[in-house]
Design a protein around this ligand. Structure first.
Ligand code: 4NP
Length: 157
């Protein structure tokens, strides 16, 4: 599964790190591959934002995946493409070249269970500490929900 946001330095590397932890805890690390990308290449090669890393560290995560840009071949390499907001959805969808590829794109908040009133993961880049904490709350919840969904699909296949 591939997590996608705008810069690939705040939301999606956090989603990747949290999901890697959730997957590892469930022993599925050889079955589920996690990665992240940005719809922009503005921060290509950079480590995640210092603030995101600091907030993550307080919850026991170490976000260190360098930023890269989303590419068309990601549609072939991943079954699930999880975007953080509507703008990400539109950018990724514009690069799809079939209905099958479009069907792989999901809003991350589709998998929320504890936060049903949030329909996207808000961009924390220009805001304060509470924005980063909200991102982590939403992602921890949605990653659990996502694992639940994927586990059900694996056991059915
Ligand atoms: P992200 O946050 O999409 O969660 O990585 C952002 C990072 C950088 C910028 C915007 C959002 N930026 O404008 O550079």
């Amino acid at each position: 599964m591939l997590f996608v946001c705008l810069g690939n330095i705040c939301r999606s590397p956090a989603a990747e790190g949290i999901m890697a932890t959730v997957v590892e805890k469930s022993g599925l690390q050889d079955v589920i591959e996690v990665d992240s990308a940005g719809t922009s290449g503005w921060h290509e090669g950079e480590l995640p934002d210092e603030r995101m890393r600091r907030h993550g560290k307080r919850r026991g995560y170490d976000f260190r995946s360098p930023a890269r840009k989303f590419r068309k071949s990601d549609f072939d390499d991943f079954d699930y493409i999880l975007v953080m907001d509507r703008q990400n959805f539109a950018s990724v969808k514009a690069m799809a070249s079939s209905w099958e590829q479009t069907g792989k794109i999901h809003m991350m908040t589709e998998f929320s269970r504890q936060h049903p009133h949030h329909d996207h993961v808000p961009d924390p880049y220009y805001g304060g500490a509470s924005g980063f904490e909200l991102v982590l709350d939403l992602l921890e919840d949605a990653c659990e929900g996502l694992l639940h969904t994927v586990k059900t699909r694996i056991s059915l296949s």
